[in-house]
Design a protein around this ligand. Structure first.
Ligand code: PEP
Length: 249
């Protein structure tokens, strides 16, 4: 169901003590909000984070997951391992996974399928590179990432999907898509889903914007009709900034 969401992707930041500190600060300062608030700490601190937030409104997500049930996949984490520590949301397809770890659309489609089969909700990330935007190819790129990653799914699987449009040129660069650029792409995403499935699925899916969202620009970006919230990187590591972004929604 479509809802307002602010999710913090902590990436490879914060050791256990720092994680506890940041979770404590975010919990203490969390305003009363209708929005769903999610944090995604690093794997080694996931179990402890889920434990700390057990009775909190803040939810915990993983940053990645392997598609196999179990087995000889050194360094990887399975759906069962996440569920066993009460983590039922996973980020899949982040541009850093695609760029630095060679994750292809084909691999991501397998991960999405495995997550959904295990009733793990997916925050599916996608977005164009700078050159693709400059050459006017951004709509084609986004359409093909959606098609290759998600369009084999049955209609009812979409209840478990959250989309995160993250133009790669805006991630960690301080450069943000303008609210108009975000709105334009989010509307295009809904149109693409309408064509592949139907309007009810397109209108019910939550679409987050990600890419240098900060307290100073969050309000304007979130005010756009097709933007349902944000996936936040750098600003999610500073409690006051993350809280200000939650308040902006
Ligand atoms: C991200 O990595 O998902 C992200 C949006 O990062 P940042 O907010 O730092 O651009």
């Amino acid at each position: 169901m479509r809802s307002k969401i602010v999710a913090g992707n902590w990436k490879m930041n914060k050791n256990l003590s720092e994680t506890k500190g940041l979770l404590g600060e975010i919990s203490d300062k969390l305003p009363d909000t209708e929005a769903e608030v999610i944090v995604a700490p690093t794997f080694v601190n996931l179990a402890e984070s889920a434990h700390i937030l057990e009775s909190s409104k803040i939810k915990v997500a993983a940053q990645n997951m392997h598609y196999a049930k179990n087995g000889a996949f050194t360094g990887e984490i399975s759906a069962d391992m996440l569920l066993n520590i009460n983590v039922d949301t996973v980020i899949i397809g982040h541009s850093e996974r695609r760029a630095y770890f060679g994750e292809t659309d084909e691999l991501l489609a397998k991960k999405v399928k495995a997550a959904l089969e295990n009733k793990i909700r997916v925050i599916f990330c996608f977005g164009e590179e700078l050159e693709e935007r400059k050459s006017g190819n951004h709509f084609n790129v986004v359409e093909s990432q959606l098609k290759n990653g998600l369009f084999e799914l049955p209609a009812d699987a979409w209840e478990q999907i959250i989309l995160a449009y993250e133009p790669v040129w805006a991630i960690g660069t301080g450069e943000t898509a303008s609210p108009e650029q975000a709105q334009e792409m989010h509307a295009f995403i809904r149109k693409t889903i309408t064509e592949a499935y139907d309007a009810s699925i397109a209108n019910e899916v939550s679409i987050l914007y990600g890419g240098s969202v900060k307290p100073s620009n969050a309000g304007e970006i979130f005010s756009k009709p097709d933007v349902d919230g944000g996936l936040i990187g750098g600003a999610a590591l500073v409690a006051d900034d993350f809280i200000a972004i939650v308040k902006a929604i």
